[in-house]
Design a protein around this ligand. Structure first.
Ligand code: GLU
Length: 470
């Protein structure tokens, strides 16, 4: 038999931002499609009209675009498909595979309570399965007539064989009293009509799968293959949530993670290829396979994400990095005018090796744009004010003229010479100068700082430090 074309989908509900868990599901689907030359479809599941918002749709699209997860079809919106769902419900009714149910919520509650009291599993008792004594215009829902016996089995591509006894499954409501179709029904119609070959989604949907399979079968549509990806957990092994830190893709963008870093991190949450950790987009596409997605849940590890992000920051050229850093400088309050005075590319070059995020890099870069007005008092206290004064004025004097461009190596050599002349050890000069130029001790090498600030600005800052600290 010829294999059906690979068609996969990401089907978020627009009730919030794009969560990292959702982004991983999107990524796995995208990789599967790209690896096999298949089609990746984006479908917005907005049938819950009360909770779905246009802002969430936009946030999801924005997150996908930022990650570079481009889709081949869509976005489709389930709310555009209501006539299709209605058609299929009518078909099931005509064929006797669905029925009207007039049981009121009060009756259902009473039945549920009775079942619980008797220690039975609460389940719809089928009162209306063969009922024809009720006027059709009396408010009712439509239920699917699910098989009462046997088992529904599927071979999950990640979890292996899963089977559910049919007598544990309710006669699912497929249309509510207000006429709206229900979630599990819409998913099946969409997946069937979009000819989805593989349903790759979070394992919170495992319990929906047998009901969905029964619907495919009742409607005579081929059943797709299923692959349920285990959840992402926080460090305390509870499902990843806001309690554990940021969970929105856009929040990671705003903190200064690179899409490459986040994607590389997400692909390893559940999928592995030997002991490899670093995967470019092309490598992920080439190597991704559902067979290597693990059965155990993965734990979100922010340190590893930082490590990967630092790796991708180092891969960029300082010019590329400078472009990406600008919005973060802006968020940190640095104005265009302040930016214009400093070579941001050089700043990036100096900070690139040690930065984990662009946000952190912008914070570390602040002193280049804005001279410190306060100094780290504990660091200052380690030195005698007379020594500080001497160091600052000697360095200021030793620097070349204001307009002379200097390299980091020249400045480092100049300081070394000064130490030799005066009998100082390098840290006795380096730390005070670092404090004078940056306000604290967490700054790059003095040579690098001076080469970016220039001799005039360096002298000005040394002068201010003399006035303030000595
Ligand atoms: N809309 C569902 C969700 O956001 C996904 C359903 C599916 O993938 O089948 O969880």
């Amino acid at each position: 038999m010829e294999q059906a074309p690979i068609r996969v989908r990401f089907a978020p509900s627009p009730t919030g931002y794009l969560h990292v868990g959702g982004a991983r599901t999107a990524l796995f689907n995208w990789l599967y499609a790209r690896h096999h030359g298949g089609t990746f479809i984006l479908r917005i599941e907005d049938t819950d009209t009360e909770r779905s918002t246009r802002e969430s749709v936009d946030a999801i699209l924005q997150g996908m675009e930022w990650l570079g997860l481009d889709w081949d079809e869509g976005p489709y919106f389930q709310t555009d498909n209501f006539p299709l769902y209605a058609e299929h419900i009518d078909k099931l009714l005509e064929e006797g595979k669905a029925y009207r149910c007039w049981c009121t919520p009060e009756e259902l509650d009473a039945k549920r309570e009775a079942a619980m009291k008797e220690g039975r599993k609460p389940k719809y008792d089928g009162t209306c399965r063969n009922r024809s004594d009720q006027p059709i215009d009396r408010p009712h829902v439509i239920r699917f007539k699910a098989p009462a016996e046997g088992v529904t089995v599927f071979d999950d591509l990640i979890k292996g064989r899963i089977s559910f006894p049919n007598d544990e499954l309710d006669d699912l409501i497929i249309r509510r009293t207000d006429g709206s179709p229900t979630y599990n029904f819409c998913v099946v119609i969409d997946d069937a009509l979009m000819k989805i070959s593989h349903v790759l989604r979070g394992d919170d949907h495992v319990n929906n799968t047998p009901r969905q399979i029964q619907l495919y079968e009742a409607l005579g549509y081929p059943v797709p293959l299923f692959a349920h990806v285990p959840m992402i957990l926080g460090s305390d092994k509870a499902r990843l949530s806001k309690r554990h830190g940021a969970t929105s893709v856009i929040a990671y963008r705003d903190m200064g993670y690179l899409p490459e870093g986040l994607l590389n991190y997400l692909v390893r949450l559940g999928w592995s290829h030997g002991d490899d950790e670093i995967f470019s987009r092309e490598e992920m596409i080439r190597l991704f396979d559902i067979a290597q997605v693990g059965r155990a849940p993965s734990v979100f590890n922010p340190e590893k994400l930082n490590w990967l992000n630092a790796h991708y920051i180092k891969q960029l050229s300082p010019e590329q990095l400078a472009l990406l850093l600008h919005p973060h400088l802006d968020s940190a309050g640095i104005t265009e005018a302040e930016c214009a005075l400093i070579d941001v590319t050089r700043v990036c070059q100096v900070l690139q090796e040690r930065a984990q995020t662009l946000g952190e890099m912008a914070q570390r870069a602040l002193f280049f744009f804005r001279a410190p007005v306060e100094f780290d008092r504990d660091a200052v206290a380690k030195f005698d004010p007379a020594h500080l004064g001497m160091v600052f004025s000697e360095v200021a004097q030793a620097l070349p003229g204001d307009d002379v461009e200097v390299t980091a190596e020249e400045i480092d050599a100049l300081l070394k010479g000064l130490c030799q002349d005066k009998g100082w050890k390098m840290p006795q000069v380096g730390q005070p100068v670092r404090i004078a130029l940056s306000g604290g001790t967490q700054a790059p090498g003095i040579g690098e700082i001076v080469s970016v600030l220039g001799c005039a600005e360096t002298r000005r800052r040394l002068g201010f430090a003399i006035k303030t600290l000595c």
